[in-house]
Design a protein around this ligand. Sequence first.
Ligand SMILES: NC(=O)c1ccc[n+]([C@@H]2O[C@H](COP(=O)([O-])OP(=O)(O)OC[C@H]3O[C@@H](n4cnc5c(N)ncnc54)[C@H](O)[C@@H]3O)[C@@H](O)[C@H]2O)c1
Length: 318
Amino acid sequence: MEKSSNHSVKIAIVGAGNVGATFAYALLGSGLASQIVLIDANHERAEGEAMDLNHAVPLTHSTRIWAGDYSDCAGAAITFVTAGTAQKPGETRLDLAQRNFAIFQSIIPQIVQQNPDGILLIASNPLDILSYAALKLSGLPANRVIGSGTILDTARFRYLLSQHAGVDPRSVHAFIIGEHGDSEVPVWSLANIAGMALTDYCKMNCEQYDEEAYAKIFEETRDAAYQIIERKGATFYGIGMGLVRIVEAILRGQHTVLSVSTLIHDYYDIDDVYLSLPCIINREGVDKFLRLPLNEIEVAGLQKSAKVLKEMIRTLGL
Ligand SMILES: NC(=O)c1ccc[n+]([C@@H]2O[C@H](COP(=O)([O-])OP(=O)(O)OC[C@H]3O[C@@H](n4cnc5c(N)ncnc54)[C@H](O)[C@@H]3O)[C@@H](O)[C@H]2O)c1
C-alpha cells in the first residue's frame, strides 16, 4: 500500500510567510519532496526563504528549492496555499474572510490553470470558509481540495490530554471536529487511552475523573492560537508539522485517519459545508470522512459549527 520514493515529487507553496516557510522547512527535513517552489506576492520574501532553505540542503535531503511564479505550479503533486493575513486587532472574522477571499479569487484560478490535476491543500484562515471557496473557485473535485482543518487543534488537544494523563501524546486518541476556530467541538465520548474511555481510564488508573480539568483542557485547546499570538505574534510549528503529516499520507497512499476539513454531505443534517471530521487520506486526497456516532451534545455542537460556517459562506455570496 505504501510507496516512499520522493522521485520527482514537486510541492508548490503559495504564501512564503511564517506558515509557508515553516512548512517548507519541515517538508525539506522529511525528504518527501524532490522540488519545493515558493510563490509569494512579496517575491523578495520568497527568494530570501528559498536561499535560506537551500543552505540546509547539504545537511539533509537532496531537494531543489526556488522562488517561482504560478507557472511553477505545473506538475506539482500538491499546491499548498497559505497566502493571506491573520486576523488584525479589532477586525471581525467576516472582515478577515472578505480580505482573504479576495486574495483567493486572484490566486486559485491561476494555480488550477497551471495544474488541473494536482491536489490543493489550504491553510489560510478562516480555514473552512476558504477551503470551500477554493473548491468553488477551482472547480476541482472535493477529494482534491483539502483544508488543514482541525489537524492542529486535534494535536493540541492530544498534547494537553497527554500531559494530564502522564502518557505519550501519541497514545492519546481523541479528535476535535467542526470549525477550525471558536465553534470547534471536542469528541469526549470517543476519546480514549489504550481503548479505554477517559472516564474508565481515570477510574481504573488515576484517583478520579476530574471534569473541571478536562473542561479546562478543551478551553486551552480552543484558545491556544490566541495565547500564542499574544506572546509571539503567530503560530507555525504545529501546523507546519501537521501539513507534512497530511502530505506524507497523500504521497505514500497511507489511508491515514486525520482530522482535515472536507465537504460534508448528509451527516446529522449537515450538508454542503467544509468542516473537519476524521478523514481517510490516500493518494487521491480525502478518500472519505468518517461518520462518528456522536452523543447529543456533540451533534448539537457540530450543527452549531456548521451553522456558523454556512452563514459566513452565504454572506460572502459563495
Ligand atoms: N490552518 C491553520 O491551522 C493555521 C495556523 C496558523 C496560521 N494560519 C493562517 O495561515 C495564514 C498565513 O499565516 P502566516 O503567519 O504565515 O502569515 P504571514 O503574513 O507570515 O504570511 C502570509 C504571506 O502571504 C503572502 N501573500 C499575501 N497576499 C498574497 C497574494 N495575493 N499572493 C501571494 N502571496 C500573498 C504575504 O506576502 C505573506 O508572505 C493566515 O491566514 C493564518 O491565519 C492557519
